[in-house]
Design a protein around this ligand. Sequence first.
Ligand code: MN
Length: 233
Amino acid sequence: MHSYVVPHAVPSVAVFGEDRRFPVRRIYCVGFNYAEHNREMGRDPTAEPPIFFSKPADALLADGADLPYPPRTKNLHYEAELVVAIGKAGSRLAVADALGHVYGYAVGNDYTRRDLQVAAKDKGRPWDTAKGFDGSAGIAPIHPAAHVGHLRSGRLWLTVNGAERQSADLAHMIWDVPAIIAELSTYIELRPGDLIYTGTPAGVGPLRPGDVVVAGIDGLGTLSHRIVGDQTL
Ligand code: MN
């Protein structure tokens, strides 16, 4: 084995009901995957297909952790999402074979500096600083598909300080999970340890220091974070 000049830990996610953790290799995300959300973002849901972007693997934020309000933004947003954990490698996968590559599912929150994302869109610039900051990839423990099956429908919701902000059904995704996996696998080889955030429904909005944000999906439990610290530009 090599030794490293500056060693760091492999990012990982808890697995529900197991001592073993899921080691994370890459985090992919789908944008614009629910028609009602596309409308609230000013995008024609029928004109363009969803898109992919990514976050650093060490941007993960476990259930129950505090999220420090990130710097350089005035508009931190929540985005409740279903997360797919990949357990088997594959590229150029057929839709019919895609679910065989899924290890499990989790509740996620794709935290976003919305002001930076809007500015990046306007100027045709990358989304990295809008989407890839520390703690931006909220994730609850992964439920293995061997236990919960494959999720084709079910309620996805989010509350801020107990008030409902998002409520939708997983069945309303534009690209469903098999389609996402098949499409993404035409761009890159999926490997065990990859996570895919599958997009958020309508109702996205801001968070402020002191807020408690809870997301949930039928059968997968909940994901809770408190926003701490101060807004500092
Ligand atoms: Mn998202």
